[in-house]
Design a protein around this ligand. Sequence first.
Ligand code: F6P
Length: 516
Amino acid sequence: MRAEKAMSDITKTDAWSRLEAHCEAVAPMTLSDMFAADAARAGGLSWEEDGLSVDLSRQRLTAVTLELLVDIARAADVEGRRDAMFAGQAINTTENRAVSHVALRDESTDQHLAMTAFADAVRAGAETGSTGLPFRDVVNIGIGGSHQGPLAATTALGNGSEMPNVHYVANVDGTDLSTALHGLDPAATLFLVASKTFTTAETMANAKSARAWLVNALGEDAVAEHFCALSTNIAAAAEFGIPSTRMFPFADGVGGRFSLWSSIGLSTALAIGGEGFENLLAGARAMDRHFADQPLSENLPVLLALTDLWNRIFLELPVRAVLPYDERLRHLPAHLQQLEMESNGKGVTLAGDVVSGPPASVIFGATGTNGQHSFHQLLHQGPALVAAEFIAVAEPGHDLAGHHDMLLANMLAQAEALANGTSDPATPHHHCPGNRPSTVILLRTLDPFRLGQLLALYEHKVLVEGVIWNINSFDQFGVELGKVLAGPLLSALKGDGTPDDPATAAAVAKLRAWRH
Ligand code: F6P
């Protein structure tokens, strides 16, 4: 691997100085100025790759900005770290291991065959529960990456009427599991315990309660047929009572938020079938090739990452709104929140130094048009500027006349309104200043292949940003602190001990008084 520069080193390069000087000239320009100055801007700042297009023409940057940003990517050695990932080098340095989600979609591997064969057998009724009934419902029990990615993918693709129905349970709040189990027949229900570690407290609590629900109806022996383990921890899954025939292991190097391509994606394979899952992998693989082979200046994950860098550091926009104009993509913002913020929400470089400069963006989002009647007010007139990212699909997933055109028209109108604002407002209160940047990502269709492309696009964007920040995108030590503190507080809530922290102690006392 080539030398790893600290973010502070990047800021001392000539490439960075050139970008800073360029920013002085470009930042005062409005989007209207930029379109007026370049008649070919709309086409010149958009790219297309196999039915997926990215339009950056409404970002407050120019072709020159992108060239200078690409120099930064080169100086940070994005190509070196990208190649190291594909070569299986241990780029997750704090945990000393390779990052192997890309290997899962490599054509030469057949790791997914067991899970896709099982998914097809369940769908065909060949794999049944303990009473011989086919599985009508599947409940995926997992949290974080063992939940968000599969949920987003299944919701995007699994809208057909084919069996089984797939449900997701993540929260340790018993409402989640009890709502999912309501009306289900234990004899026709298959549980997937999706947990890389098979130790995550929330998942294990839900899995144990689901097990008790099943045993209560069908007896202890039924566990072996009604539970699958999607995990790296075979021993713990076996102890839970899951036989090897229902175990779907995967490699340790697959990070939680990158794991939907592994057996953690079994719920999605059950919803869309083995062939659909193969096509999802094929779409991701196509994006892998694009990322590996295309020059940085035409490389979609690189361009998206550099645009974020520009917005975050040079235009000082700390927040990005992810706005899918498609209900099928309604769980995408939550998946991207974990993917981007758990990966790059770090303040320490690879070498352990404090990251200089502002941290990675905060992201939030919701589907359009719902968001328009909620937080878009702030996007149009709020004093704090938010970068918007619209995602839409040309073909609808339904046959209701007129709806999809209305949806797309609204998406286009929002991007235009953010950019251009109001030209002749009646009062200052009606004034929308415009000049608010957005990206538009369009997909030709929303099929497994295109979704695979889209999800892998964001995964690689995360890597590029992590390289430029010079942080490790693949660990998540910040999540641990809350987990450690929760243990003693569980005892305190039961009356065993008083927390040291005064605010926590007061809240525990109130909760205990109110509950008993
Ligand atoms: O939220 C922290 C985390 O470690 C995520 O990275 C991971 O996806 C999630 O917990 C669940 O972990 P596991 O799959 O081991 O249950």
